[in-house]
Design a protein around this ligand. Structure first.
Ligand code: THU
Length: 138
């Protein structure tokens, strides 16, 4: 799957965003190392704190189906109904969830405006000195 295709899937997932409180719609498309695709959108709640980000929706769908190794995630987000999108960076909680399942040196976080306009970061770049499973070894 190309990066542009992954972004297109994130844009499709964004259409499912349930965000009646923030009116900020986010979509994510997560690619596993064996080439499977898991999409997610943000899902808000009247009690606010149970809300879930698009990225975690995608990760939790994958992990709940037994998939734990990933190569990239594309993220798109912005105000509902916006004509053009700015880059939307993942929140700290989502970065930490990525740290649990991804190699910080190689996992690609693709922040996109559309399939042709995007920037790529490694997880290590957006979560320097991240704490992960390796820190609990020994
Ligand atoms: N949100 C995401 O889903 N992912 C991000 O990367 C940033 C923020 C959601 C959470 C909330 O539903 C809305 O966007 C506004 O913060």
């Amino acid at each position: 799957m190309t990066r542009s295709e992954l972004i297109s899937h994130a844009l499709q997932a964004r259409k499912q965003s349930y965000s009646p409180y923030s009116h900020f719609a986010v979509g994510a498309a997560l690619l596993s190392k064996d080439g499977r695709l898991y999409t997610g959108c943000n899902i808000e709640n009247a009690a606010y704190t149970p809300s879930n980000c698009a990225e975690r929706t995608a990760f939790f769908k994958a992990v709940s189906e037994g998939v734990r190794e990933f190569s990239a995630i594309a993220i798109v987000g912005g105000p509902e109904g916006a004509d053009t999108l700015a880059l939307c960076a993942p929140c700290g909680v989502c970065r930490q969830v990525m740290m649990e399942f991804c190699d910080p040196k190689t996992f690609e976080v693709i922040l996109a405006k559309d399939p042709q306009h995007y920037e790529i970061f490694t997880l290590e770049q957006i979560l320097p000195m991240g704490f992960g499973p390796k820190d609990l070894e020994k």
